[in-house]
Design a protein around this ligand. Structure first.
Ligand SMILES: *Cc1c(COP(=O)(O)O)cnc(C)c1O
Length: 415
């Protein structure tokens, strides 16, 4: 991102999320091209970054949306994603969410249990509709990623076993209110190895062939998301290799290939810019205290995730002083938790009040996981497009935070 951080932080203040929309374009196009020659749909996993401007940008390039709540479905529709490119996934859906999704006539509901299928059938029946469904298969593959973001093993809560999936398809085929059109798997996130994807694709493609033999015609083959990105020095999967594995597994099947990337499109398109408040030392250990915190970006606390942190010094200094060497420091926020850190033993130059730190690779699972913990207002979000900046979410105010509390009648507490 070629930008003037000084003027941007003066204009928008800190902590600040910046997203490089041109990088998103590059990522999307690279993946789309890798599917060339095959019917495909890239359904962006909205949970990675659900800002309307982000979704709209991807939708304008033709992307669909993979949603895990009716709220995300509504975001996708609001941002202009075509309804027939929207998938509704997730292990638990309320009746109201199912009803709304059916009324909106989205592409399909992704089901993760027999019980859920029965609920969907009931709701569809009440509406006099036929629900297009897809079933999430748990292929019992170890994706070799962090256990918190592994989803394709039987011990994980996601999806159903192959045998159960088959029974569900047979049931759905007979039902007047269910139309089984898709099959789905998603074995985990931040995948950096191709073999688990190959194995899962083969297993699921075999199921599609079995189903075809009993006259159940699957049209959408959804390989989920999970493509890994470089946070530090990971070797990642190249899109062409990724799609080649999928093409090979589905050879001979007339299906539309779907994938649901979130992190892949967004992680390295975003950064969190924070201001240095001060430095401190505890018994020789150096800390840099910044104005962003775990409520803004929880990945380090939650997954022990690595984020590259870069110092941008703002003040005038004497260059080349002996004390200008990089020294390891923990970069920490102001929240009352020891888990409130962005990096440990990060090599950083001496820093002063108002210097900036750029926390890289924060475009996915950054802002969407932000909270108001410690009554901290959530950061502003800004899009950078061709060098120009556009605010896409205003900084939250204290008034925004307490509005729903003040909207309640509190006379019962008054004498
Ligand atoms: C989270 C999720 C994704 C996106 O995962 P990434 O690792 O961000 O690509 C895709 N599909 C489903 C079902 C998910 O739960």
């Amino acid at each position: 991102m070629k930008i003037d951080l000084k003027s941007l932080t003066q204009k928008y203040d800190t902590p600040l999320y910046l997203y490089d929309f041109d990088e998103m374009t590059t990522r999307y196009e690279e993946l789309k091209e890798a599917f060339e020659g095959h019917k495909s749909l890239i359904s962006y996993a909205v949970k990675a970054n659900s800002n309307l401007a982000v979704i709209r940008h991807l939708a304008q390039m033709g992307a669909g949306a993979d949603c895990v709540s009716i709220g995300e479905v509504k975001r996708a529709l609001t941002a202009g994603v075509e309804r027939y490119k929207i998938i509704f996934s997730g292990v638990g859906k309320r009746d109201e969410e199912i009803e709304e999704a059916l009324k909106r006539d989205i592409l399909m509901l992704n089901l993760e249990s027999e019980a859920e299928m029965k609920r969907v059938e009931l709701v569809a029946k009440e509406l006099g509709k036929e629900a297009r469904i897809s079933i999430r298969v748990n292929p019992n593959i170890d994706p070799k990623t962090h256990p918190y973001i592994s989803t394709g093993l039987h011990e994980n809560k996601f999806g159903v076993e192959i045998d159960m999936a088959k029974r569900m398809y047979i049931y759905a085929k007979k039902s007047a209110h269910l139309n089984p059109v898709g099959i789905h798997f998603h074995i985990g996130s931040q995948l950096t190895e191709l073999d688990p994807i190959r194995e899962a694709s083969m297993i699921v493609a075999d199921l599609v062939r079995n189903l075809r033999a009993i006259d159940i015609d699957i049209k959408f083959f959804d390989v989920g998301g999970g493509l890994g990105v470089v946070y530090k020095d990971e070797t990642t999967i190249c899109p062409r290799d990724y799609t080649e594995v999928i093409f090979e597994a589905t050879r001979g099947l007339d299906v539309t290939l779907l994938c649901e990337p979130g992190r892949y499109l967004m992680a390295n398109a975003g950064e969190l810019v924070t201001r240095v408040l001060y430095e401190k030392e505890n018994a020789g250990k150096r800390f840099v205290v910044v104005d962003a915190a775990m409520n803004d970006l929880i990945r380090p606390s939650l997954y022990d995730a690595y984020h590259n942190i870069e110092a941008v010094r703002m003040g005038k200094r004497d260059a080349g002083k002996a004390s200008e060497k990089n020294v390891p420091a923990d970069v920490v926020g102001p929240i009352c938790e020891s888990g409130d850190f962005f990096g440990k033993n990060v090599n950083l130059p001496p820093l002063e009040h108002d210097d900036l730190l750029v926390i890289h690779s924060a475009g996915a699972y950054g802002f969407t996981m932000a909270s108001n913990y410690n009554t901290r207002s959530r950061a502003a979000e800004v899009a950078i497009v061709g060098g120009a900046d556009h605010c896409i979410r205003k900084r939250e105010s204290f008034e925004d935070q307490v509005a729903l509390e003040l909207a309640c009648d509190n006379s019962w507490q008054k004498k």
